[in-house]
Design a protein around this ligand. Sequence first.
Ligand SMILES: [Zn+2]
Length: 393
Amino acid sequence: MDKIVLRGSVFDGSDYVEDGAVVVDPSTDLVDACGRMGEVDLPANAQTIGGEGVSVIPGLMDAHMHFFASKTHNLLEWVSVPETLAALRSVRDLKALLRAGFTTVRELGSKCGTYLSQAVDEGVIDGPTIISSSKSLAQTGGDDDPLTLPLEVSKELSYSYYCDGPWECRRAVRMVVRDGGRVVKVYASSSFAQGGRVRRQFTVEELKAIVDEAHAAGLRVAAHAYGEEAITNAVEAGVDSIEHGIGLTEEAAFKMKSKGIFYVPTLSAYVGSENAGSPERRALVQRHLKQDVEVALNAGLKIVCGSDFVGSERDPHGENYREIVYLSEVIGNRLALVAATTNAAECIGVDSGRIKRGAPADLVLVKGSPLQDIMAISPQRILHVMKSGRIVF
Ligand SMILES: [Zn+2]
C-alpha cells in the first residue's frame, strides 16, 4: 500500500515547523516520519495531500464529554432518553466529532458509552476512539439524582451507580469494570443545584476506596469537584484528574502538581451563563473562566481540553472545538492546542496526541495556522481527518 505524505506547517503536539511533512504508513496505521522538508525522507509513489497554507496537527481530543443525546440540557431528559434512541443519536454525534477532527474522546458517564466504544473498535460504526467510564459513581441523593423521582426509579434510570460507604463504592467500581469501562468517574461534589452553594459529596474514606479499587483494576479516576473541600478530598484520595475544578486555590493546585494530577476546567460548561443564578454562583463562574485557569497554569498543572458537551441542542457534538477556543483566551493558542493533544492523551492514557515516528496516525489537516488563528481548528476550516492511517474525511 502506498504511503501518504501530509504537507504543510506541522504542529506535532508541542512544537511547530513552518514547512514540514508527515509520512504515514497505512499498512501499520502509524506515523513513519515527521519533520522539516528536506530533513524527512519522502517515499517515491506516495500520495501527497496538503501543501502551502495548510497545517497538520494531531487528531484533537475531548477528555470530558457525555453521550446523553438529549434535545434539552436537562437532568430529567438525560436520564429518561430511551437507551436505544440515545445510541442511535450518538452514532450521528460520533460522525460529527470525527468530521470536526476529534479522533479520541473520553466519555465520563452515560448508559451507552461502552457499547459505542465497542462498536467503533469493531469497525461497525465510524467515530473517534472512545474511552468510556460506563456509568459514573455518585452518592445517593447527590447532584445527578433527580429528587422528584422515587429512589428506585431514579436508580434504574440514572447514568450513575449510586453507592454509599467504601464497600458499595468498591462494588460500583467493579460494576464499571464489568461493563467494560476504561476509566472511573466520581462525583466528589455537587454542582450548582443547591442555590449556587457547592457541597462536597462522598467522604475521603469513600473516595480512597474508589481510587484503590480503580487503580487495582488498572483504571484511572476522574473526579468531578467543585469547591476547595471537594478538590482537596479528591486530591488526598489520589484521583488522576480534577474535572471542572471550580474554586481552585493555589494550595490545592500545588498539591495537584506534586501528585501529577491533571486539571480539566471544562470552560464550555459555563461560558454564556456567567451572569445566571445566585451571586455565589456568578462569582465562582466568573472567577473560574479566568483566574482558576491562571492558578492552574502558574502552578505548572497540565491543563486538558474537556468540553463537558452532552450532545444536546445547546452543545451539539461536533462543536467541541469551542473548548479549545475558550482555553486559548486564557492560556494562548499553543497551550490550548497542547491541552487538546499532548496533555489530553497523557490524561486519558493513550499513545496518540503527538505526531512522531511510531505514533498512531490520527491527524488533521486544517486551512491556515491554528497557532496564529485558533479558529483554524473550527469544522469549517478542516480539510481532512485521518484516523489510524485512514482518511475518514
Ligand atoms: Zn460532565
